[in-house]
Design a protein around this ligand. Sequence first.
Ligand SMILES: *[C@@H]1O[C@H](CO)[C@@H](O)[C@H](O)[C@H]1NC(C)=O
Ligand SMILES: *[C@@H]1O[C@H](CO)[C@@H](O)[C@H](O)[C@H]1NC(C)=O
Ligand SMILES: CC(=O)N[C@H]1CO[C@H](CO)[C@@H](O)[C@@H]1O
Length: 491
Amino acid sequence: MKTNVFKGSSNKLKRLKLYHLVVLICFFVLFTFFFTPKDESKPDREYVAKIQRPVEEKEKEMESLLEIYLRQEFLQQKDRLPTEDFYRGLTYDFEIYPFYNNATIKRESAYTQQQQQHTQEHQQQPKQHINININTDNEENEKEIENEQPQQQKEKKHQQHKYSVTIVTQSTVDRLYKLGIMAKKWRAPISAAVFIKDRGTELLLIEKTLDEYPILREFADIHLLFAENTRYPVNNLRNLAIKYAPTDLVFLMDADFVPPLGLHDYIVSYQNYFKINKANYQQYKKYIPNVQFVNSTTFNHPSHTVNMVPEDKNIKVAFVVPSFSSSHSPDLLPDDKSTLLTMVKNGVVSPSNLKVCRKCHSSSNFQLWSQTDKTFEAKYQWIYEPYLIFNKSETEWFDERLKGYGFDKNTHAFVMAVQGYRFMVLPNAFIIHINHPESSWDGPSITDQLWDNLRVVCEMFPEIKEKYHFSKTKRIFDEPLEDECFSNLHW
Ligand SMILES: *[C@@H]1O[C@H](CO)[C@@H](O)[C@H](O)[C@H]1NC(C)=O
Ligand SMILES: *[C@@H]1O[C@H](CO)[C@@H](O)[C@H](O)[C@H]1NC(C)=O
Ligand SMILES: CC(=O)N[C@H]1CO[C@H](CO)[C@@H](O)[C@@H]1O
């Protein structure tokens, strides 16, 4: 019997206890050493020194480490198949959601009401200049833009403010409060899809969050997606948010980002970029070079290039909003570019492209962005995953086969690039990611989820090329071809 093992020899038991105690203390010491939370408000000296080293040196070091690591990872991953949760709730047809029920909590005031009620009161509202300097490339487009006072929420319902851009985002219920922080700065429509696993507790939590952040009731539409036993359906959620966004232009963002005050109106000031065509192209040529207007026969021929635009259509443009990371409190984050650049210099904020996935953001060209006040084009390369503003009516849905972690934004940007989208970086726009302890992902490890999604990516490449009349066997950019796709060559 089990209990007899220790009963017979109390000495042995004591020794065992002592041994356990010593091991426990060792663990405790080690644990506190490695896991003592850092003072998040102060930039850690080592970290600052690290990010102040020459960028190239750092990148080289990262690259070689990453290469070795990824090679090993690939060897482990190539024979492993996704677990069942990856396939559950998987839809190939974007119109059908057989596994989900969704319901919508509607924004209280904002968009629809404001559009209907064109009242005089609006004229008497105090005007406040936005913090971002309006400095568009198209001078005639400059205009005074008003911003709303947070405390005037009641009158606000009667204000007329024409919104043109909606933030579309997705979240779990426990992170919903982060949208409250976002809404305080954005002050324009947000369409958020929230993943519900447990109706019993999570619906109440939503109500509680909305009570704590009344600004969400004012600006956010919250769409609920119910599903059980499925891996986080990130792209189903995004599509839901996009589908119900009240404006054509959507700004795809993750829930834990903070935009600067005035960003909505700043973006609106660049709206002319969505109407560039053969007739007015000369005016924009210095910002979007290499456009070739062709007839539809040429455009649909397999030998066409991504620089070609049908002569009767507008150039497809998406705006890139450079992204940064910080551990600072959201309240201490800057609302203008020069303060941001100072904080980058001091190591308090860092551009996203310093992170492990350099190619994910390097096309946004932080060096150039920090020096210019004009828009410039980001040259697309595979795995680029910028935060984008685009016209949802002219863009493909996010591929819902991708679930959980990995490649979900990169592939959408790839599809857009194949569609002929030009990515224009806005010189004064930015968003800042608030670092938080590594978020826990349900299901398999993040690495496994990433590689599961890579299988989908490799199916997508040829499908997309075929759909947009490109040869499946040729590269359009630098993306891997079919036989080398499921590999560690992406990073
Ligand atoms: C389209 O343009 C090509 C190349 O310029 C030309 O050869 C062809 O005849 C044009 N087709 C039509 C229908 O205009
Ligand atoms: C978005 O695209 C649709 C379809 O092409 C178009 O009718 C609409 O005017 C566009 N909206 C904007 C803001 O460019
Ligand atoms: C109640 C509700 O909003 N139902 C919607 C759920 O989503 C599907 C697919 O997007 C819609 O067709 C329903 O109207």
